[in-house]
Structures are given as C-alpha cells and as structure tokens.
Design a protein around this ligand. Structure first.
Ligand code: AMP
Length: 283
C-alpha cells in the first residue's frame, strides 16, 4: 500500500491515465475508520482498478470547535486496517494541500439541498464538505467516488455538486453498515459511553418499526410524532429532527400517500454526541 503525505507525492504515485482499464476509485474519509468505511473501500475495489482512500479531518465542516478538537484520530490503526483490506493508496494531505490559499470564502451552489435537515443546525457544514471534496477530486482525479448512504443528505449534495461543476466522476452511494444492535456505525460512536451505545439502538429500531407499521399512520405528522416520541421516551436520547423527505429533492413530504420515494432522516443527541441515521420507506 502506498502512503502519500502530500499532493506532490500523490501526483507521483497515481496510475498513468494511459494504462489499460484505467479507473481510480476514491473514498474520502476523516479517518477513525470502522467497517462502514471499509465497506466503501470494498465497493470501490469491485468497481475500479486502483483504490485511493484519503484521511483528513476537515476543519471547515465542523461548526462546533469542540467537536473538531475531540474528533477521534487514529492514523496508525487506520493505515493498518486499510493495508489489511487491500487499499492501493492512502492520501493524508496537509492542511496546505487542501487549502493552499487558506480558507478563502468559497461559496458553492448546492441547489438548496443544504437548507434542510442538517443545514439549519450546522451552518456552513455542507459548504465545508463541498470545499474539501472538490479539492480532493482535483488532486486525486478519480473516475469514481464512493460515499455512504448513512450521510444521505451529503450524498445528495455531492451528486448535485458533481453535476453542477460538470465533473466526469461517477458517484456511488453505498449501504449503511450497522453495529450488531442496529446502531449505524460512526467514528463518533467511540465517544459514547457503553450505556449510550447500547441505548442508541432504539434509533434504528424505531425507524424500522415506523416503516413496518407504515399503513397505520394517517398523516406524515402522525408518523413523525411516533418516531420522535418513541426515541425521546428513552432517557439517554433527544431527537433534534426527524424528517420524511423525497429521496431526490430532500423536500419534506406532506402527503403520506406519495411516499413511494421517501426517506426518513433523523438526528439524535446522546449526551452531547450527535448521531444521524436514516431509512428508506420504499424498497
Ligand atoms: P466520515 O469519515 O465520517 O466523513 O465518513 C466517510 C465516508 O464514510 C462517508 O461517505 C460516510 O457516509 C461513510 N460512512 C460513515 N459511516 C458509515 C456507515 N456506517 N456505513 C456506510 N458508510 C459510512
């Protein structure tokens, strides 16, 4: 496995574009890797000839400085995991590689997809994501890039970004990997206490129950109320939002009868750790 710690090194080690079957599959991450990240690498390995994973904790996408400070960083463990799972190249850029001019105020058109759900409570978050992903795309020049459906809104925004910037990169969404109790895997889970981690299983259990009992709700408000109350009944958890949205436009669904492309997205606090999850209401 090749390890590149600067964009200069990266340039020297990317495969030659003239090689037969040239394809580069890219998985951007913030490190503290778990099996969810590895599942993206596995998707990339199936679809492309050469795989690149980046590790960069991007300051511009954190709106809470404490969350940035406390974000877990385990480069050695990450490298070990990537090597064992057959990654071809790991890119660990410096801050200057990503922000050569410092953090200039670059504002992206995100088609208003950034205005809902995560948007209001995390101002600037998706613009920060757009900055880092766009810059990483410029440096890695992938043919394909792989993102988790766990961050459903992020995935929709990246697809929009690639279309609006006219980049020829195929974006693949990969399914959510979960812990045994159903909690969506996340680097932030490491910061939960063992009780919080156990109790947070209620989040996915409730989403599943809402989907299974879909027919008994007469309105989207009733369904939302069910999810929010059930999660809030758990003393370890506090819902920030639960939205039922159209999978493509991310606009809130008002009529439950039109929910054949609906996704239920939730953000929940366990103590001061913010967790997100989602479920499709269609197969
Ligand atoms: P992060 O390091 O949290 O920025 O995540 C890097 C990529 O891994 C993003 O595309 C995430 O959506 C994806 N990811 C994170 N957790 C999971 C999971 N549990 N299952 C699948 N993909 C995930």
């Amino acid at each position: 496995m090749i390890i590149c710690r600067s964009s200069e090194e990266l340039k020297q080690h990317l495969p030659d574009k003239d090689t037969d079957n040239y394809s580069v599959g890219f998985v951007p991450t913030m490190g503290a890797l778990h099996q969810g990240h590895i599942s993206l690498l596995n998707c990339a390995k199936k679809k492309t000839a050469f795989t690149v994973v980046s590790l960069f904790v991007n300051p511009t996408q954190f709106n809470d400085p404490e969350d940035y400070e406390k974000y877990p960083r385990n480069i050695d463990t990450d490298l070990n995991l990537l090597e064992r799972n057959g990654c071809d190249l790991v890119f660990i850029p410096s801050y200057e590689d990503i922000y050569p001019q410092g953090v200039a105020d670059k504002t992206y058109d995100l088609g208003n997809l950034d205005k809902v759900m995560e948007g209001p409570s995390r101002p600037g978050h998706f613009n920060g994501v757009a900055m880092v992903v766009h810059r990483l795309f410029e440096l890695v020049e992938p043919t394909d890039a792989f993102f988790g459906e766990k961050d459903f809104q992020q995935l929709a925004i990246i697809k929009y970004l690639v279309t609006s910037l006219n980049l020829s990169i195929t974006i693949h969404g990969c399914p959510i990997l979960r812990e045994n109790n159903g909690l969506a895997m996340s680097s932030r889970n490491e910061r939960l206490t063992s009780e919080q981690r156990e109790e947070a299983a209620v989040i996915y259990a409730t989403l599943k129950e809402a989907r299974e009992q879909w027919n008994r709700f007469s309105s989207t408000d009733e369904l939302k109320g069910f999810v929010i109350n059930k999660i809030n009944d758990n003393p370890y958890l506090q819902v920030e939002y639960f939205e039922l949205v159209d999978a493509n436009t991310l606009q809130e669904l008002v009529d439950i009868a039109n929910a054949n492309e609906a996704v239920g997205c939730v953000a929940v606090y366990a103590g001061n750790i913010r967790l997100i999850d989602n479920i499709r209401f269609y197969s």
